[in-house]
Design a protein around this ligand. Sequence first.
Ligand code: BGP
Length: 444
Amino acid sequence: MKKEFPENFLWGSSISAYQAEGAITEDGKALSVADLSTCKNGICQNAVSSDFYHHYKDDIKLLAEMGAKTFRFSLSWPRIMPQGEGELNFKGIEFYNHVLDELEKYHITPIVTLFHYDLPLPLFEKYGGWKNRKVVDLFLNFCKVCFQEFGDRIHYYLTINEPDILLMYGGHGLDLGGEEDFQKHKLIINHHFAIAHAKAVNLCHEMLPKVKIGPVFGYVPVYPRTSNPLDMMAANKISDIQNSFFQELFLNGFYMENVLNMYSRKSEMPIIIKGDMELIKNAKSDIIALNYYKSDVAYSSNTDQGYQLIANQYTKQTKWGWDIDSIGIRYMLHDVYYRYHMPILITENGIAEIEEIGSDSLVEDLYRIDFLRSHLLECKKAIDDGVELIGYCNWSYLDLISTSHGFEKRYGLIYIDEKNNNKRIPKSSYFWYKDIIKTNGGKL
Ligand code: BGP
């Protein structure tokens, strides 16, 4: 018999603090490095962003009306601890307690990321950011405060959002010291992420034994262009670099030497102190969170070493050149589940467009419905194949600041009309998703 979505499947939607909250210097919050990186040509859209900080009650009400079972958001370190260390900002803590109150009111399970790119700026100014091992301990202090303050009101914690994408593409304030500095230190930064992750997992298990915690990867499947064995090797190599390297490190405490070698010309090697690898290996995550947007195609430029990416002739692309590949999500689920055998949460999946409200005050985002439907159908097939997928959150719940293109690149189920006091306008996809949740995927 075909397996369906389980009855307690966590249907939900996702945002992150710096991309949605706004209020970047309000009620005691300090700036984060991410706040600076999204300011372009002097325009800081993130100062207001989707203004979730002031609209959270209405937003969560709409979320409940959609039937959501879960909400994935992140805690802003500089809102809770403005200097990144030392004094707490009680207004910040109060804000997240209010968010949790609203979620509890509607029986919505919180899934919370502890670090979604927004390192407090003072920690960059004082210590140079994540390249300094001291920041690992400061992050752990921040986690301790969160575990103390919010405890098991939060059912799932995620440690660091997409260390893989951060390392591969930089930005998000990691490069405030300049591109060269980032390239040089990227493996050191990544090692610090892995230690920070492991310590947060252990601390969570110690302080909150009932709560689940795990990493978040941004997984990009890589296909070979042809059946030429060299193309397959090229695809494997790129997948090792952008996927396996991180999963093996964070989940198994193992460094893939082929990838380290590849970096060795441009980057310093990670500084591994005695006990580090045991620490990472022994910190057992409970869940794996995966973000999925697209796949890539690789080919070999005819030597065993050279490899490149090329457009996929079988898929369409988004305006921003990302391959739209629903089967890729099933490929990812199989690959990760049958390698690590742990429950999986999809914490991001979605498509962006440049959108405006129609004259009838509607946003008919049929392409988003197509995208979400086709991806969810593949998730269902993966469940039928035995993958333990326990939840799915689309990216994003609200229109918010894209990491690369500000408000121009919209992902939300809800349109934010920034010209009209940030009015919330549910798009067609909101109502479609509501029906899907109501029927537990039956209407896909
Ligand atoms: C992921 C990030 C999100 C989100 C998404 C879309 O990597 O976790 O924060 O922004 O990508 O990317 P973009 O905003 O660049 O389109």
